[in-house]
Design a protein around this ligand. Structure first.
Ligand code: TYD
Length: 150
């Protein structure tokens, strides 16, 4: 992955992966810990969660220039479709201790949310509206060099 400050990272799908977190199993329930850089390939700056998603709704639909994310279905399930501008992959997240690490520069769309699902997102950067690419055509322009083999 190549990143210059403020530019769109040139990650590929190979930089993204499922990460299985620890699970402290107990007869009274399970507990999973995410602590700093121990479990994730970045230092945690921000956490948010998406819930009460109406049936059929889609979230995401953007890429980040610099921010990396880790998504987990802490409850229920949803799909995450990711593309680097060349390849696409769909992941179904449905386990509370397995999430998807998404490198910066990857377009992601979340859909197929089950009723009552909660999508936890752990991010490497504070919120910055300027870090988002919301326009898919712009994303295709930023990743065009990958499809031109240069
Ligand atoms: P958005 O990133 O568009 O949600 P998603 O991509 O997950 O569907 O964010 C929705 C709204 O919440 C938008 O108005 C920006 C705001 N927001 C913050 O203020 N801080 C944050 O950290 C995030 C993720 C969103």
């Amino acid at each position: 992955m190549r990143t210059e400050k403020g530019s769109h990272a040139t990650s590929s799908l190979n930089d993204c992966r499922l990460i299985t977190l620890n699970k402290h199993h107990h007869e009274n329930g399970n507990l999973t810990v995410v602590e700093g850089e121990k479990e994730l390939p970045f230092d945690i700056k921000r956490i948010y969660y998406i819930y009460d998603v109406p049936g059929g709704a889609e979230r995401g639909g953007h890429s980040h220039k610099e921010c990396a994310s880790f998504l987990v279905a802490v409850s229920g399930s949803f799909n995450v479709e990711i593309t680097d501008g060349v390849n696409k992959q769909v992941f179904t997240l449905n386990r509370s201790n397995t999430g998807l690490y998404i490198a910066p520069g990857i377009w992601r769309t979340l859909n197929n949310f089950s009723s009552g699902s909660v999508a936890l997102s752990i991010a490497s950067h504070n919120y910055d509206a300027g870090d988002y690419i919301y326009d898919y055509d712009e994303f295709l322009e930023l990743t065009a060099h990958k499809r031109n083999n240069d």
